[in-house]
Design a protein around this ligand. Structure first.
Ligand SMILES: [Zn+2]
Length: 162
């Protein structure tokens, strides 16, 4: 069964519904471009909706999603799970423009640790110099959790470089 999402409030709706059960707006707003639709939803006030949009954009694999995802990361949303989801989405899309933005998140002492760990894992998935630089930075930083994660990632047998 396909779920539908209201383009206005992003609430769940049954596949057969024509109007949103939450806000009453028509479910078909004529916007057929899913990348645009999910990019707008990145700013949804409900973190779970924003996270869902991150996941959908990763799944679509369309690189038009990269700039809005980068803007989202740079805006440091209050809900850290949105930052984590955006970092995962950027790792999946594998666009090099994400590397400096993720490295900045990794090094951001104002950001929460789960978000910085997500940045480290995402950078590792890029492989090559991006992964090397991120792991080297994390190994020598002053946060034990980041050091531990860097060590674990470095010992992993699925490392994209060697
Ligand atoms: Zn609605």
């Amino acid at each position: 069964m396909t779920r539908r999402y209201c383009p206005a409030c992003w609430a769940d709706a049954p596949a057969t519904a024509t109007r949103c059960p939450n806000c009453g707006k028509p479910l078909d707003d004529g916007e057929t471009d899913l990348v645009l639709r999910y990019a707008t939803a990145l700013r949804h006030r409900e973190p779970t909706r924003a996270c869902l949009a991150c996941g959908m954009l990763a799944e679509l694999g369309d690189l038009r999603a990269v700039p809005p995802l980068l803007a989202l990361v740079e805006s440091r949303p209050q809900a850290y799970e949105v930052l984590v989801a955006a970092a995962e989405s950027l790792a999946a899309l594998q666009d090099a423009r994400a590397v400096p933005v993720l490295q900045a998140l990794l090094e951001d002492t104002e950001a929460v640790i789960p978000a910085r760990l997500a940045a480290l894992r995402a950078l590792t998935r890029f492989g090559g110099e991006a992964a090397r630089a991120a792991l080297a930075w994390a190994r020598t930083c002053d946060r034990p959790s980041l050091q531990t994660e860097a060590l674990a990632l470095d010992l992993g047998d699925s490392l994209p470089f060697d």
